[in-house]
Design a protein around this ligand. Structure first.
Ligand code: C2O
Ligand code: CU
Length: 484
């Protein structure tokens, strides 16, 4: 009798556990079509809760760039191509206009930019996201949120005014974890209306080609003759998912901008290693010395050598890491000390056992939840928003918020003391904690994700949404939109 009761009890428990597992699995699967707004615990960060009645909905599709005659026009054709690296190695690539990186777009401050994307033969579709450019939402290029993926034979036109200044990049935001790696990216530079004559202004993108980091397509030494005395600005971009370490030797230099924002009062430094997280940009400047200058990348034999003189790779350590937290001079900002914040959000990155999109495993989690149950942070136009980003994992996460630049307030509880440090992509190292702030001044539905793009695909994706904004676009296999 007792034995039968125990067996019965065990059976009931086992069935309950199986049922619970089955339900967790079932609930974690993504539907064939769904809206970014349908999931996730909605959070208000201590600010007013959304009032549906008072706010007419505006569709992201209507949040477009200005009309009128474009000052800068370009056509970018996404297509498969074979591309030769400097060493002669051939890459079977996905490209814009047959090149890797895609053409470097250099526009002037204030220009109305019109970029037409044509998809020639990328079967799963493409988009263009203007990384770091705080464009109107409809121009943001996120498949399934701000537009549908552009399929072969189709086209899409982006229009926005270049209101910032500095170094940005563009890349596809459809299946981005694969498409960026395969070559669908390029540099986007916004220059001041007047630039000094005789200066050298050069962009270089570090990209990983199957384990070998190249600068542009240079996987070997690239040389360029530069006359001593020439003012030089190098725009460094990391298009990879992992951090890249640059070392500039042969001259003192200044870090003059980060993520497209000039730093205030940058001082000369020398022999400091520059570590750029995935998606980040640093601009450095110096005056060309008599002897050569060398820009190298750790773990790669690629280098850019300026000037005629032979300059050897530094033999040992890369030197102390440059830290923006105490570099340059402070100056007042719109979000400086004493700011009263309207909302405060917590973004705690961890790992959790569970089902992610139907797959069992140990997955990335935000605030203890797996995608698509990662938070939707709701804001209202005009809000001053504070966000605490906590990394409770042993892995680096370059967190990227679309449509806004965030001001770094503190790291590990210590306030930043240098120049205002604005970023669009913040490399959050293992066990670090940052406090950042932004002004909600660009209505829309914006991705906020890890720019280690496979991490984003594997669940490190959430959104910031403005009150009253809706989207007609849908994610999933049905519509074929997969931004990650
Ligand atoms: Cu560089 Cu969401 O992207
Ligand atoms: Cu990550």
């Amino acid at each position: 009798m007792l034995v039968r009761t125990v067996i019965g009890l065990v059976t009931v428990l086992a069935l309950a556990a199986a049922g619970w597992l089955g339900k967790s699995w079932y609930d974690s699967r993504l539907p064939a079509t769904y809206s970014a707004l349908e999931f996730g615990p909605v959070e208000y960060g201590g600010g007013p809760v959304q009032n549906h009645s008072g706010h007419p909905h505006v569709s992201v599709a209507r949040l477009k760039g200005p009309q009128g005659k474009a000052k800068y026009r370009v056509t970018l054709v996404a297509k498969t191509a074979e591309v030769a690296l400097g060493s002669g190695r051939i890459i079977d690539a996905w490209t814009f206009n047959g090149q890797i990186p895609g053409p470097e777009l250099r526009v002037r401050h204030g220009d109305l930019v019109e970029a037409t994307l044509i998809n020639d033969d990328i079967d799963e579709g493409v988009t263009i996201h203007w990384h770091g450019v705080d464009v109107p939402n409809a121009e943001d290029g996120v498949a399934g949120i701000t537009q549908d993926a552009v399929m072969p034979g189709e086209r899409y036109t982006y229009r926005f005014r270049a209101e910032q200044l500095g170094t940005f990049w563009y890349h596809s935001h459809q299946v981005s974890s694969k498409q960026v790696r395969r070559g669908l990216y390029g540099a986007f530079v916004i220059l001041p209306r007047k630039t000094p004559l005789g200066a050298l202004d050069l962009t270089t993108i570090a990209h990983d080609f199957a384990g070998i980091t190249a600068l542009g397509t240079g996987d070997a030494i690239q040389r360029r003759d530069v006359a001593p005395g020439t003012p030089v600005r190098l725009r460094l971009v990391n298009s990879n998912s992992s951090p890249e370490r640059f070392l500039l030797t042969g001259t003192p230099f200044r870090v003059v901008a980060i993520d497209g924002t000039d730093l205030n009062g940058p001082t000369p430094i020398e022999g400091r290693m520059l570590e750029l997280g995935g998606g980040a940009r640093y601009d450095v400047s110096f005056v060309m010395p008599e002897a050569g200058v060398r820009l190298g990348v750790e773990g790669s034999s690629t280098a850019l050598v300026l000037g005629q003189e032979e300059i050897a790779a530094p033999e040992t350590s890369l030197g102390e890491k440059f830290d923006p937290a105490d570099y340059g001079r402070p100056k007042p900002t719109v979000l400086g000390t004493g700011t009263r914040f309207d909302r405060t959000f917590v973004l705690d990155i961890g790992k959790r056992i569970g089902f992610l999109h139907g797959r069992p495993g140990y997955h990335w989690a935000v605030n203890g939840k797996l995608h698509p149950n990662t938070p939707m942070y709701m804001v209202r136009r005009g809000d001053r928003v504070r966000m605490r980003i906590v990394n409770d994992t042993g892995t680096v996460h370059p967190m990227h918020l679309h449509g806004h630049h965030v001001l770094v307030l503190s790291r590990n509880g210590k306030r930043t003391t240098g120049s205002p440090w604005w970023v669009d992509t913040l490399d959050v190292l293992p066990d670090e904690e940052y406090e950042v702030a932004f002004r909600a001044d660009n209505p829309g539905i914006w991705m906020d994700h890890c720019h280690n793009l496979p991490h984003a695909r594997d669940g490190l994706t959430l959104h910031v949404a403005y009150e009253g904004v809706s989207t007609p676009f849908r994610l999933g296999d049905g519509p074929g939109n997969h931004p990650e």
